[in-house]
Design a protein around this ligand. Structure first.
Ligand code: ADP
Ligand code: MG
Length: 434
């Protein structure tokens, strides 16, 4: 099947593979924006009995699932053979080494056999680019009709090419505020000093025996809870008076907070909040109240969720103001949280700044976001070491619009394959200023 964009160039289609944790995922994405297929085999049911991801079990499950998932993703996109595509992309870190290896090895094999370029993608950059995907799963018939004169489409609901952009990454493993100065150009403004936001949701859900994964369980319990019954701390925040920061009417009895001043103003810390929940539960027990009784658990869940959202929205709002950004994007598993989305929407609508959150199916781990990040890294990314095949050179947006990516030489060498590092653990390592 041959597709062209408005510039008359063939669409650049990538098969993306993601196995960094406990989701086996594959997708076909065109021009970094259009999702042709997006398959995710979740292992949640398997890990539920352990209360968290069991790494060895996760990698074995990836081995069992990956072939079917990739075949299904290709079939959904009407791709008869990998050679019809333009590149293979794979998450090469950060993540569980045993899980990453499964995806990386399959991607290497497919690329070597087909002669397609192999694009290693940082998982966090994948989460960032989930905001650039079009939220509707675009059928190919729709593909060229919606292009603008530059071969790129701006459709409501997904991020635009307006920079600087502020990115809040909130997942099970990471909580980071990132200033995105252009495609694939990042500055890390702050990160968690201990637990990630999603990890805190998971741990507090375990304390309250609400189930796994903790984020959706806390959110569900909080719906019948009173966030004002208990007060929990807002770590690395200080008392303030800006009432517009109040994320929800239910919280009107809570003090308003602003980020602390100084070096930690864009950093986060959630492990003390988890301890505060534990201390609150012990105090309730001492007073003769069963902390896990449904109403108490719901009230604690609501108070905890409110505290996390207060901190996330407060710091994001301050960073957006300080750096004069043109748009704000939230991504990662915790961006599925309803209160976080509502609170952020409420704040940024008030100040007239575009806010993007991926649709729910793109918040948690998936391969479509890896395909999007791979496209931008391939054509907009910072200069890399020139490879023997001539791939990896810098191309600016205009050059991309004019060129035909398919025409570039793409024979992979053994050196390219060996260069893939599955232990990549630093986010966005080749362009961040630490
Ligand atoms: P990873 O950290 O492996 O990249 P994801 O990006 O898929 O994982 O994020 C998973 C995390 O998102 C988990 O910690 C989970 O509890 C959290 N999460 C998922 N849905 C919600 C929600 N509705 N509210 C809060 N947290 C959520
Ligand atoms: Mg993730």
């Amino acid at each position: 099947m041959s597709l062209t964009n408005a510039g008359g160039s063939p669409a650049y289609r990538i098969l993306a593979i993601e196995t960094s944790c406990d989701e086996t995922a594959a997708a076909v994405v065109a021009d970094g924006r259009h999702i042709f297929s997006n398959r995710v085999a979740s292992q949640i049911e398997i890990h539920r009995r352990f209360g968290g991801v069991y790494p060895e079990v996760a990698s074995r499950q990836h081995v069992l699932a990956i072939q079917t998932v990739v075949e299904d993703a290709l079939a959904d996109a009407s791709v008869a053979h990998v050679r019809e595509l333009d590149a293979i992309a794979v998450t090469h870190g950060p993540g569980l080494a045993g899980s990453l290896l499964v995806g990386v090895n399959l991607a290497k094999g497919l690329a070597f056999a087909s002669g397609l370029p192999l694009i290693p993608v940082n998982h966090l950059e994948g989460h960032i680019y989930s905001n650039w995907l079009y939220p509707d799963r675009s059928p190919d018939a729709e593909y060229s009709a919606s292009e603008d004169g530059n071969g790129r489409t701006q459709r409501s609901g997904s991020a635009s090419d307006q920079f600087p952009a502020l990115i809040l990454i909130v997942s099970g493993g990471h909580t980071e505020l990132v200033l995105m100065e252009g495609h694939c150009r990042y500055r890390l403004l702050g990160a968690t000093l201990d637990d990630a936001a999603g990890e805190a949701f998971d741990k507090v859900a375990r304390l309250l025996e609400l189930g796994y994964p903790g984020g959706p369980a806390i959110q569900a319990a909080a719906e019948s809870g009173d966030a004002g019954r208990f007060h929990l701390p807002r770590p690395l925040m200080r008392p303030g008076r800006r009432t517009e920061r109040q994320p929800d009417a239910k919280a009107s009895s809570l003090p308003t907070v602003l980020p602390v001043r100084g070096e930690h103003r864009f950093n986060f810390s959630f492990s003390g909040l988890k301890t505060a929940v534990l201390n609150l539960m012990r105090q309730l027990e001492r007073e003769g109240t069963e902390a896990r009784q449904p109403q108490s658990a719901a009230d604690i869940a609501a108070a905890f969720q409110m505290a996390v959202v207060d901190v996330l929205v407060g710091k994001t709002a301050d960073a957006a103001a300080e750096f004069g950004v043109k748009q704000v994007c939230i991504c990662g598993g915790v961006s599925a949280n309803g209160l976080l989305r509502r609170s952020a929407e409420q704040h940024f609508a008030q100040i007239g700044l575009p806010l993007h959150c991926p649709p729910l199916f793109l918040c948690t781990d998936n391969a479509a976001m890896i395909g999007a990040a791979a496209y931008y890294r391939q054509f907009y990314g910072p200069a890399r070491q020139p490879s023997p095949t001539g791939r990896g050179h810098r191309q600016d947006a205009e050059a991309v619009a004019r060129s035909t990516p398919r025409d570039q030489p793409s024979e992979p060498s053994a050196r390219d394959f060996l260069a893939l590092d599955v232990y990549a653990s630093l986010p966005l390592v080749d362009s961040m200023q630490w």
